[in-house]
Design a protein around this ligand. Sequence first.
Ligand SMILES: [Cu+2]
Length: 135
Amino acid sequence: MNSVCADPLWRDRCPPGVAARISRRHAGVWIIGFLVAVPWAPDKAGATVPGNAEVLIQDYKFTPATLSVKVGTRVRWTNMERRTTHSVLFTGPQGFESERFFPGEFWERVFDKPGLYPYVCGPHPEMKGLVEVLP
Ligand SMILES: [Cu+2]
């Protein structure tokens, strides 16, 4: 693996999916981190969250389905299912799909430009979400 991809600061420069592969190794640490961070987690109405934000994937749903963040925010999608893989497929211009990630894994993207980023799950296109990136 490219050493730049292992550095969290540069992970967004790596091909989609690299972060998800890294995540398998660190999944336990992140789950503990999530439990500690619950009071900080974005609320379901789609709060504006500085720094980092998380979307949980469970029961074939993205929660929150609509997330508003400031530009520069790193958004993490975490697969909370028991046995289903999911992906994040951006459907707008220059859209792309993450690798599919397994239960306990996550995938991340840093949003460097304001705008609306609609997405679905590749294998389950009925699963819809939106990231609104504010200047
Ligand atoms: Cu899915």
